[in-house]
Ligand binder design. Structure first.
Ligand code: AMP
Ligand code: GLY
Length: 429
C-alpha cells in the first residue's frame, strides 16, 4: 500500500525509516518532511490544516494509510476528516485525542476508572484556583489544561510562586490552553515512559523509554521537548509493565470505548514510579520525540502492517510474537541549536561527518538544505542514535558519532542515560 506520513521532526524521520523498510509499504510520501526523511520518502508540500487538500492528495495517490506524527493535527480532527473520506489513519480521533489535548479530560477519566494518578482539582478562574491551592501542600503542580507545546506545566515551590504562576496562566501566558488550570498533588519518584498500540479494543505493549526533559547536564535548566532518551527503561521491570497494562492502559482503553470515544493509534503514558506503584502523569496521543527514535532503532517488525492493523480495527490479527524488539539498548542524543528551548539560532552549518558505525543512525529533526548545504532550521536539529549491549555501550557509541559531527552553532547534553549508566557501573543490574 502507499502511505502518507505527516510531520517533519526526528520522530517522523525514525517512522519514515521504519515504514520504508516495511514489506507492506509500496510508496512512502511525507508532508512536509525534512532532508533526512527525503532519503526515505517522497516529500510533498501539503498544509495539514487544510483537510480537503490532504484528502485530495490521498485520493490522487491511492494512499492506503495515513500516519500522523505530531499531536496538533490529531487534536485538530484531521483523522476524523480522513476517516469520513474512507482513508485508514494511524492516530486517534479528535475526541479521543483529548487524552493529550485536555489534562482535565484525562484526570476525570482516571477518577472515574480508578486509574492511579495524582489527586487534582480542575479550575476555570483565578479565584477558584487560588482557593483550591489551600487544599494542596508545596511543591504545587499547576497545569494549563490544553496543548502548550510541553510548556504548560509549572512546579512552584512556594504559595507566592504558585499564585503568581496562576495569575500568569489565567492572564493568557499559554493562550487558550490556560483557560482552565489543573492543580495536582506532587508525586515523588522516577519517571518512565510506556507505549502501547491499540485499535480501540486489542492492546499490544510497545516498549518503554526514559527521556531527559531538562536542557542541561544533571537535569538542570528549563524543560524542553526532550534532549535524549534510551529504550528499554530497565526501571520499568516486566512486573511493573504488567501493572501499568492492568491498572492504567487497559482501563483507559476500555473506558474510552464504553464512553463512545474509542482510542486507536499509539498511547504514550508518562509515568511516575512512586513508592505505591506506577502512577499516570499524563498521556500523549502520539509517539514521543525522541523516544520514537530509540523504539524504531530496536523494532524488528513490519511497522506499516502493524499501523494498518491499528487503523482498521484488526490488531487482534497481529502475530503473537509481535512486536519484536532487538534484545539490546538504543540511546539517542539530541543536538540542538544554541538558544533552544528559547529562540534557537537558525541557519548554522552542519557536517554530518562519517562514515559512522553500522549501529549508529542519525535522524534529522530541524534541518534544511540551502543551496545543497545542510543547515539547522529548528530547535532540535539531529537525534544521534546508537544501539549497544548496555546503556553504557550505546551511550559511548552515540557520543562517538556526536563528536564526529560538526555543528558549531549547536550543543547537546553530555550525560544522556546517566541514571542507567550509574546503575550499570554500580553493578545494581
Ligand atoms: P507533563 O507535561 O504533564 O508531562 O509534565 C511535565 C513534567 O512535570 C513531568 O515530566 C514531570 O517531571 C513533572 N510533573 C508533572 N506532573 C507532576 C506531578 N503531579 N508530580 C510531580 N511531577 C510532575
Ligand atoms: N519527549 C516527550 C514527548 O514527546 O512528549
Amino acid at each position: 500500500m502507499n502511505i502518507l506520513l505527516l510531520g517533519s521532526g526526528g520522530r517522523e524521520h525514525a517512522l519514515a525509516w521504519k515504514l520504508a523498510q516495511s514489506p507492506a509499504c509500496t510508496r512512502l510520501y511525507a508532508a512536509p518532511g525534512n532532508p533526512g526523511i527525503a532519503e526515505e520518502a517522497e516529500c510533498v508540500a501539503l498544509e495539514v490544516t487544510d483537510h480537503s487538500a490532504v484528502i485530495a492528495f490521498c485520493a490522487g495517490n491511492a494512499i492506503g494509510l495515513v500516519v500522523v506524527g505530531p499531536e496538533a493535527p490529531l487534536v485538530d480532527g484531521l483523522s476524523d476528516s480522513l476517516r469520513a473520506a474512507g482513508v485508514p489513519v494511524f492516530g486517534p480521533s479528535q475526541a479521543a485525542a483529548q487524552l493529550e489535548g485536555s489534562k482535565g479530560f484525562t484526570k476525570d477519566l482516571c477518577a472515574r476508572a480508578g486509574i492511579p494518578t495524582a489527586g487534582y482539582v480542575r479550575t476555570s478562574s483565578l479565584e477558584e484556583a487560588r482557593a483550591a491551592l489551600t487544599r494542596f501542600s508545596p511543591p504545587y503542580v499547576l497545569k494549563a489544561d490544553g496543548l502548550a507545546a510541553g510548556k504548560g506545566v509549572v512546579i512552584a515551590e512556594t504559595l507566592a510562586d504558585a499564585e503568581a504562576a496562576l495569575a500568569d496562566m489565567f492572564a493568557g501566558a499559554f493562550g487558550g490552553a490556560g483557560a482552565q488550570v489543573v492543580i495536582e498533588e506532587f508525586m515523588q519518584g522516577e519517571e518512565a515512559s510506556f507505549f502501547a498500540l491499540t485499535d480501540g479494543t486489542t492492546i499490544v505493549p510497545f516498549g518503554s523509554a526514559q527521556d531527559h526533559k531538562r536542557v542541561g547536564d544533571g537535569d538542570t535548566g528549563p524543560n524542553t521537548g526532550g534532549m535524549g532518551a534510551y529504550s528499554p527503561a530497565p526501571v520499568l521491570t516486566a512486573e511493573l509493565q504488567a501493572r501499568v497494562m492492568a491498572e492504567i492502559i487497559e482501563p483507559t482503553v476500555r473506558t474510552m470505548r464504553e464512553d463512545g470515544v474509542p482510542y486507536s493509534g499509539v498511547l504514550f503514558a508518562g509515568l511516575m514510579l512512586t513508592a505505591e506503584g506506577p502512577k499516570l502523569i499524563e498521556y500523549n496521543a502520539r509517539f514521543g520525540d525522541p523516544e520514537c527514535q530509540v523504539l524504531m532503532m530496536l523494532l524488528r517488525d513490519n511497522l506499516a502492517h502493524m499501523m494498518w492493523l491499528c487503523a482498521t480495527g484488526a490488531l487482534d490479527e497481529l502475530d503473537e510474537e509481535s512486536p519484536e524488539f532487538e534484545a539490546c539498548t538504543a540511546l539517542t542524543v539530541v543536538m540542538a541549536a544554541n538558544g533552544y528551548p528559547g529562540s534557537p539560532d537558525k541557519g548554522g552549518a552542519i557536517n554530518l561527518g562519517g562514515p559512522h558505525h553500522d549501529l549508529v543512525k542519525i535522524f534529522h529533526a530541524g534541518t534544511a538544505l540551502v543551496d545543497g548545504a545542510l543547515v539547522a532550521s529548528g530547535g532540535r536539529v539531529l537525534a544521534v542514535t546508537a544501539t549497544g549491549a548496555s546503556v553504557t555501550e550505546a551511550q559511548a557509541r552515540a557520543y562517538a558519532a556526536v563528536d564526529a559531527i560538526s555543528f558549531p552553532s549547536g550543543f547537546c547534553r553530555r550525560d544522556i542515560g546517566w541514571r542507567e549508566v550509574a546503575r550499570e557501573q554500580s553493578g545494581e543490574i
